[in-house]
Design a protein around this ligand. Structure first.
Ligand code: DQA
Length: 144
């Protein structure tokens, strides 16, 4: 079974992106930690990072057979209406993750168009948030 890991704009450069906010772990580090975490369950990580909303939507549509998803939408959180529609049609549970605590930052980051659809939200725990989201899906998800 595949667990979909979806990262939006500007998250492919993690490690080199405002490390004072986002830390020094790379997306590869995050993928490897998640893969190790879900291996015991027999799950694999399918990781997709794209800069554009349309490509993220394609990734969702192409992965309806995944067991669940961990989604960091980046700034699409606040205005990604078509991403929201795509997630609304994703048939499995998914968890929203933000590395930073968006509610402790600029007010434009406080509104979300996608959070109401998420099974849960983790923010502010850095890369660990992705692993915790994977743990939560392993505990709650039954195979499709
Ligand atoms: C982010 C927070 C967003 O506000 C920002 O636009 C990002 C990263 C995070 O992981 O903390 O791109 O989603």
């Amino acid at each position: 079974s595949n667990l979909l890991l979806l990262n939006g704009p500007n998250l492919g450069i993690l490690g080199r992106r405002q490390p004072e906010i986002y830390g020094t772990a790379t997306l590869r580090d995050i993928e490897e930690a998640m893969a190790a975490r879900v291996a015991a369950r027999g799950w694999k990580i399918v990781s997709v990072q794209r800069e554009s909303e349309g490509e993220l939507i394609h990734a969702i549509q192409d992965n309806y057979d995944s067991v669940g998803a961990v989604v960091n939408p980046g700034a699409l959180m606040v205005a990604g209406w078509s991403l929201r529609d795509a997630l609304a049609n994703y048939p499995r549970p998914w968890i929203e993750v933000h590395l930073s605590n968006v509610w402790a930052r600029e007010s434009f980051r406080h509104e979300s168009v996608i959070s109401p659809l998420a099974a849960g939200i983790i923010a502010g725990l850095g890369p660990l948030g992705y692993e915790l989201a994977a743990d939560a899906l392993m505990k709650t998800v039954t195979a499709p």
